[in-house]
Design a protein around this ligand. Structure first.
Ligand code: FMN
Length: 507
């Protein structure tokens, strides 16, 4: 099985490391005027208007991030709720004017370079207000493009080899990645961003579905081609990454209608640029049939080592900020003050980030290990730390002022230098690839990005600023070694207080 020839994942991962990854061109340039249209356009698809209700349900952000629902109590979404789920996941929440660029739309979840290369599709049965069908979410106009009419959920269920949660889902979301929309700036490192940026969206999606008492499960094991055919996408340009079945129904999913050819005229990206390394990495992690999916599906647990010098985290802080307000108000911090945050705030963010997810590769856990540089945390010595979830504690690795290191590791940017803490989400990639093959690469990136997305939301809910960052891969592992000697960095977030009087700019 090609998925288990994991040299492909190492080749991609090592080749896209900063600095000097051999798959990254050193002289590549990108100017914001080259920014592609940040959403897919269907020229001839019938459309359905989505009602927009942005009011708060009164569920706090911290509860929405951390709660784990009992599936059987879960509700079925209607069109109104589905519309809110889509809006608070990937809708346009603000517009900012930039000199020379005009007005730029910003979305509910952060995204590398604000390029918004993740698309969301809906595959559903009849629900209140919406007929069964396959739809594409158009965030610009808050509409659904109709791709197919009829109940096609069985196609998805088959592609997951009859996954037990998917079997009972009235609605299934599919996240896809349009490679060229992000690779135009980030070249072949784009395939990492595919999971970073679907992870930050998923952190929102999970929180808002939980706020609505709708259960969900992240499905990463499916026959890729089968889903691509259902959606009618060109798999050389756009690839399905995640299926998120949501809600619960007792009714058995009926057989799907035959898949007819689609005559839809759609533009995913105006750029034709291809990075063969992205396609190669993606193809080598595809599952080809149900037997492969079934054999692949596995839940992994993490073991923790014994620790010395543990510092117990403080109790979670209470915050009433609703999940909807947090999402609408959020925006990646462009400049941090050098001020302190409190240990209670850091404790809350860590426990929210690691509250775990319900997925086909992990249950109520995260596969990520969190390494921290504390630059300015009241009640905690400056230094480097490892977070142990089981003991809800920090293990001191090295005491000292590591502001410069924090800045250097975050690609020599001011943001990780000025922030109060930087949190590196790392993972034992070797172990994950042994277990999951090349597809483990997708899982490792996604898992960290969802935890990172939760850290983003928790920080905002506490009135702090946060931003995702990119990093010098091997320098991070070296800095946290020997503890992190066998780990690779998947995601980085910097957290602190926002510098007040500052205009927003783009990275
Ligand atoms: C995974 C990730 C990595 C990012 N890396 C950087 C970075 O290295 N430097 C930077 O200034 N901003 C970075 N950003 C912030 C994005 O530029 C920002 O999310 C985007 O412009 C959208 O803005 P918003 O988050 O305010 O909606 C990153 C965001 C994410 C999600």
């Amino acid at each position: 099985m090609r998925n288990y020839e994991v040299e492909a994942a190492w080749h991609y991962h090592n080749g896209t490391k900063h600095p000097n990854g051999m798959l990254l061109g050193r002289f590549h340039t990108y100017h914001p005027s080259q920014r592609p249209t940040p959403y897919k356009i269907y020229k001839n698809a019938p459309q359905i208007i989505l009602p927009i209700e942005k009011n708060s349900l009164g569920v706090s952000t911290l509860d929405a991030i951390s709660a784990n629902l009992d599936i059987r109590d879960a509700l079925v979404p209607d069109l109104q709720i589905l519309s809110r789920i889509l809006y608070f996941s990937a809708g346009i929440t603000k517009k900012i004017k930039f000199q020379g660029l005009g007005e730029v739309d910003f979305r509910a979840a952060s995204c590398t370079g604000a390029l918004y290369h993740i698309e969301i599709y809906v595959v559903c049965s009849d629900i209140e207000g919406l007929d069964a069908g396959v739809y594409h979410f158009d965030p610009k106009n808050m509409k659904l493009n109709v791709i197919r009419q009829g109940d096609y959920r069985k196609n998805i269920l088959d592609s997951t080899a009859n996954e037990s949660f998917t079997k009972h889902a009235p609605v299934m979301l599919v996240f896809t990645d349009v490679f060229a929309r992000n690779s135009v700036k980030y070249q072949s490192r784009e395939y990492r961003h595919a999971f970073w940026d679907s992870g930050t969206i998923l952190a929102n999606t999970l929180a808002i579905t939980t706020a609505h008492k709708i259960s969900s499960k992240i499905i990463t094991g499916f026959v890729d081609l089968q889903i691509g055919q259902l959606l009618g996408i060109d798999m050389n340009q756009e690839a399905p990454l995640v299926v998120l079945p949501i809600g619960f129904t007792d009714k058995e999913i009926p057989d799907s209608p035959d898949l007819s050819d689609l005559n839809l005229d759609a533009i995913s990206s105006e750029y034709e640029i291809e990075y063969p390394e992205i396609n190669a990495m993606h193809d080598s992690s595809c599952l080809l049939n149900n037997t492969e999916v079934e054999a692949w599906r596995h839940e992994m647990t993490r073991e923790e080592k014994n620790h010395t010098q543990l510092i117990q985290l403080e109790k979670k802080i209470n915050s009433l900020e609703s999940i909807e307000n947090t999402i609408i108000k959020r925006g990646s911090t462009r400049k941090f003050s050098l001020d302190v945050i409190t240990f209670g705030q850091l404790s809350t963010i860590l426990s929210c980030a690691t509250s775990g997810i319900n997925a086909d590769f992990v249950k109520n856990q995260t596969l990520s290990d969190l390494y921290i540089i504390a630059n300015a945390v009241e009640g905690l010595d400056s230094g480097s730390y490892y977070y142990t979830r089981e003991k809800n504690s920090l293990e001191l690795l090295r005491k000292g002022n590591f502001r410069h290191t924090s800045g250097n590791l975050g690609l020599n940017q001011d943001l990780p230098y000025d922030s109060s803490v930087t949190i590196f989400f790392m993972t034992n990639l070797k172990k994950i690839l042994e277990q999951f093959g090349n597809r483990g690469y997708r899982v490792a990136q996604l898992d960290s990005a969802i935890a990172g997305g939760k850290a983003y939301l928790a920080s905002y809910a506490l009135g702090l600023g946060a931003t995702g960052l990119t990093f010098y891969d091997d320098a991070v592992s070296s800095f946290f070694s020997p503890h992190a000697a066998d780990k690779e960095t998947m995601f980085l977030i910097a957290i602190g207080k926002k510098e007040k009087s500052l205009k927003l700019h783009q990275d």
